[in-house]
Design a protein around this ligand. Structure first.
Ligand SMILES: C[S@@+](CC[C@H](N)C(=O)[O-])C[C@H]1O[C@@H](n2cnc3c(N)ncnc32)[C@H](O)[C@@H]1O
Length: 231
């Protein structure tokens, strides 16, 4: 289904297909969730209910079950096609997964009702990002953690991304700006819980020309991972 509403710019067919590829699974999603687990550290408190916002096709579910050991996963996505695929995927997960259709801007969840939130590559798809972060703060229980993975404007605002994918215009941010927005929503973010990077897939020439010295400009920060806490 292709659609655009006030708070949703529907992804291109290519973008939706890309979420089903091995490249997305291995090079983007698995790497991000592994690093999020590292940032959470060895003494992570037990998680009863984990929220996966903007869950896409649900390819994260099994990884979240393995790495974070929640008793249940609640997942939300706005795109009916993604929700349909994610529901199929949920049936194969080792822990119970409930997939809901809706916007992250207004979640059908009670205040403080989840212990952890994984928000992977969603915020740059949203036009009202401050409101989204406030909503995540609302549903998170005190003491809970938000694990955020985002692509920054240095990647999203390149011609190749603009050509193949769709994002709301004029709302893309740098890593520093995203960190500030997360803190402004009320979360605490320790400097040690912030990681920035420039993976090969976020460079327009995939790092090939750079390897041969044909591109020498400074590496931009294109990706952000962080752990934020609600006290
Ligand atoms: C880049 S995909 C990431 C999917 C998944 N987190 C993953 O890493 O495989 C972004 C997802 O966010 C969803 N999305 C976009 N705007 C949304 C909104 N306002 N509320 C909920 N989901 C949204 C899209 O439908 C899409 O599935």
């Amino acid at each position: 289904m292709e659609s655009t509403t006030a708070d949703w710019v529907s992804e291109t067919r290519f973008g939706k297909w890309f979420l089903s590829t091995e490249t997305w699974y291995r090079e983007v999603l698995s790497v991000a969730l592994r690093e999020m687990r590292e940032i959470a550290g060895p003494s992570m408190p037990p998680i009863r209910r984990l929220l996966d916002v903007g869950c896409g096709q649900g390819r994260s579910f099994e990884l979240l079950a393995e790495r974070f050991r929640p008793r249940e996963i609640v997942a939300v996505d706005i795109d009916p096609l993604m929700v349909r695929i994610a529901r199929d995927t949920a049936g194969r997960c080792a822990v119970p997964v409930t997939v809901m259709q809706g916007s992250v801007k207004k979640l059908d969840l009670a205040d403080g009702s989840v212990d952890a939130i994984v928000c992977h590559q969603l915020i740059h798809h949203c036009s009202q990002q401050a409101q989204v972060l406030s909503e995540l703060f609302r549903v998170l229980a005190p003491g809970g953690m938000l694990l955020l993975g985002e692509s920054c404007e240095e990647f999203i605002d390149t011609w190749s991304v603009r050509w193949f994918f769709r994002h709301p215009p004029g709302v893309q941010h740098s890593a520093d700006e995203y960190v500030r927005m997360v803190r402004d929503a009320g979360f605490g973010v320790a400097p040690r819980d912030i990681r920035t990077s420039t993976p090969w897939w976020s460079l327009w020439e995939f790092g090939i020309l750079r390897r041969y010295g044909l591109v020498r400009s400074p590496l931009p920060v294109t990706e952000l991972l962080l752990l934020a806490r609600k006290s």
